[in-house]
Design a protein around this ligand. Structure first.
Ligand SMILES: [Zn+2]
Length: 151
């Protein structure tokens, strides 16, 4: 676990994303390589991206809750150009961006890229798990194909 960081320090660790009051717990989790998704204390529903109230029951009692990061690719896009990032080289080939259905809840989705396999293996329905790379010196959540037999 890293040292707790205040809001100002948090913003400095992620200069390339917009951090709001509602999303700051998400990025604090990244520093510890934990994917924290808002979960409603009232009805137990997860939602993402973070909102100030539960989209189901409107409760504002939300708890950032760690999820496994396991899921199945729901949508895959292959970018040939886009925002620059230190781990992305669009000239080398298309950069995959996927939306993954997380196993915790039907329709709970998180988007990132896929590492650890050729881009042609990135397909809808592929079982993936969360892993972390470094981007601008801070942990960044990405997916990789799930290893056979691993839980
Ligand atoms: Zn709720």
């Amino acid at each position: 676990m890293s040292e707790p960081v205040d809001d100002e320090a948090l913003v400095k660790r992620f200069p390339w994303v917009q951090i709001t009051h509602d999303s700051k717990h998400l990025f604090r989790g990244w520093l510890d390589e934990r994917l924290l998704i808002n979960r409603c204390d009232n009805c137990s529903l997860f939602h993402h991206p973070p909102k100030p109230i539960c989209p189901e029951c409107w409760s504002s009692n939300l708890t950032p809750t760690e999820v496994s990061g396991r899921g199945v690719i729901h949508l895959a896009m292959f970018l040939r150009q886009g925002a620059p990032a230190p781990d992305v080289d669009y000239l080398k080939g298309p950069h995959p961006v996927v939306t993954v259905d997380l196993e915790e809840q039907e329709g709970l989705r998180f988007s990132s890229t896929v590492v650890g396999c050729p881009v042609e293996d990135v397909k809808i329905g592929l079982e993936v798990e969360l892993t972390w790379i470094e981007r601008y010196g801070s942990p960044f959540p990405v997916f990789r194909p799930r290893t056979e037999g691993a839980s």
